[in-house]
Design a binder for this molecule. Structure first.
Ligand code: BV8
Ligand code: ZN
Length: 262
């Protein structure tokens, strides 16, 4: 990565009035959370995440899919935001206006100090009823307890395996993860807010996304089409190379702290 690119990116960010930060799974990689494309460890190695992250998979085998998400939620709770998340929060604090848009379902941006990131693909921490949509509060037991007092919530053994999802106490249907699966529409309000921010920003910084999942991957393209500047941070090539004015070839936790120190 050339010094001139870092300096150009730092100066573009300093001069920007309105900034959008757009992230994918790569920003959480250095916290120890595998991205979709990295082989998942243990039991999950035998599965293709894109097949598990579907309504069909949950319909066929709710315990397998619920167990996978509970394993992922427990993994997120065991790790910390990394220097990349913290540097992005610092950029956000300094900017006149800054919106964080993430495809990630973890809460690491929030825990690093980012303010109300837009979650285009939902969150591991917002389970809801698969039928009536009633939110179910996830608890440390890994079992959402809608009305049931904590003491009575059965301690679900959250391991790398199947976990029967709890039932909605209003209608009895299984509770599902609060994420957007393949084949499901993104939350309209979140997507519209993200497109509006991308269309009106001076600079969009895209970090750690392969840019292949739609419609989220449209977001940096909107900025480029509307005359904004795209800066990319990714160790590898992606389709977003074509719209990025500056391509910083490196990892989030290496590049971003240097960028904010300039
Ligand atoms: C929709 C939540 C329509 C769940 C996710 C056929 C049938 C049905 C749909 C489709 C189809 N063909 C195409 C589609 C559309 C489909 C799609 O785009 N498919 C792709 C595979 C072609 N999209 C959808 O289905 C969307 N919905 O189209 O609905 C509709 C409309 C109206 C009404 C009804 C229906 C929904 C897509 C959302 C799916 N949910 N996540 C969960 O997490 O379990 S997507 C999930 O995968 C992530 O959120 C992310 O967005 C995506 C990719 O994951 P990763 O590859 O891991 O991460 P990322 O892309 O961010 O790549 C990692 C990058 O990081 C790499 O570039 C790597 O180089 C870099 N990196 C690695 N280490 C580091 C790093 N960078 C920096 N630092 C590092 N250290
Ligand atoms: Zn219900």
């Amino acid at each position: 990565m050339r010094d001139t690119d870092l300096r150009e990116a730092a100066s573009l960010i300093d001069r920007a009035e309105r900034i959008v930060i757009f992230t994918g799974a790569g920003v959480s990689a250095e916290s120890g959370i595998p991205t979709f494309r990295d082989a998942l460890s243990g039991l999950w190695e035998q599965f293709d995440p894109r097949r598990l992250a579907t309504p069909e998979a949950f319909g066929d085998d709710p315990a397998l899919v619920w167990g996978w998400y509970e394993w992922r939620r427990a993994a997120v709770e065991r790790v910390e935001p990394n220097a990349g998340h913290r540097a992005l929060a610092a950029i956000e604090q300094r900017a006149a206006e800054c919106v964080v848009v993430t495809q990630n379902v973890d809460d690491l941006h929030e825990r690093a100090g980012s303010h109300e990131p837009i979650h285009l693909h939902g969150s591991l921490f917002a389970p809801r009823c698969s039928a009536c949509g009633r939110p179910a509060a996830a608890t440390e037991a890994g079992v959402p307890n809608t009305e049931v007092p904590k003491a009575e919530v059965p301690k679900a053994e959250v391991s790398e395996g199947r976990v029967t999802p709890p039932q909605c106490d209003r209608c009895g249907a299984p509770i599902r993860p609060g994420v957007v699966w393949f084949g499901e529409a993104l939350p309209a309000d979140a997507f519209e807010a993200a497109v509006a921010a991308a269309a009106n920003c001076d600079v969009l910084i895209t970090v750690g996304t392969s840019g292949v999942v739609f419609p989220a991957a449209e977001i940096p393209q909107v900025t480029a089409r509307m005359g904004g500047t795209v800066i990319q941070v990714n160790p590898g090539p992606t389709p977003l190379d074509a719209v990025a004015r500056v391509n910083l070839r490196g990892t989030a936790a290496e590049v971003l702290p240097v960028l904010v120190s300039m």
